[in-house]
Design a protein around this ligand. Sequence first.
Ligand code: SF4
Length: 303
Amino acid sequence: MRDDLDIVPAFPKVINIETTNRCNLNCVICPRHDAMNRPVGDMMWTLFQRVIDEIAASSVPGSPPTIGLHLFGEPLLHPDLLRQIRYVKTVLPTSGLYLSTNVALLRGTLAEGLASSLLDWIVLSLDGATKETYERVRRGASFDTAVANVRGFLEMLERQGTDDMHVWVQLVAADEGLTGEVEQFYQTWGSWEKRLPRMRVVIKPATDWAGQVPITPVEGSDEKENIPRPGRCRRVVEQLNVYWNGEVTACCYDVGGLLKVGSVQEESLAAIWHGSQMTFLREVFRQGKQRRLPLCRTCEDAG
Ligand code: SF4
């Protein structure tokens, strides 16, 4: 019996919003291409507003959840992205707000808008230090464009004197090729850590997304990673994830909706958080029977 799951906060600590589940790439390390059997689309502005308004109304005073503007799609594809950021920061000014991008579209006025936005944290996923590896992993992307976009964005932040946005330039240590490029990745991007106080080169452990992507673990790669692996799963007392059409899942690995717990089209996020389906999932975890759940059964975080 797990007693670390007994305390259920009044509202989730993290809410990820899938503003779109469209993507411009087809990366080998992403579960989206094999497991995405949901319809593809963008979140409507009225639904986005409703979700943010509801978070504002239900949050614990002084402790609003962190909000991610991504889940299983590329957030820069959504035409309302800058408007979404402005709205979150107007209605929930003290919420941490972050997103992760594959950087293919991080240029021009969109990049300028993001650089001057109130985003707290942006992850720039590069996943390769060489053209050969990058284009093998990030199928459909150009290495030269990605590097130019990341460099251009960092230069924009430097020019603007932006020193309070956390920026991660990230490599996922997914297989032999990537792990072998860690030193080179640091060499290329490490000097930026001195130029921008909150920029960090991040080597992230590979995940197989609960068994949905065939990742080959590389012996000894843990020593290279500077982000700790997540411990035993506590997502059922920490997070909710809203798909673009309003459906809600308990897990940020859930591409296909196997752990769906409701829809904000039918009930509030607070009602879903305290509702029967989340309560059932928590009880399964408390009893240590999570391996009986779809998705958790093949997940390395299940414990
Ligand atoms: S154990 Fe289940 S809920 Fe936790 S990360 Fe894995 S699939 Fe998600």
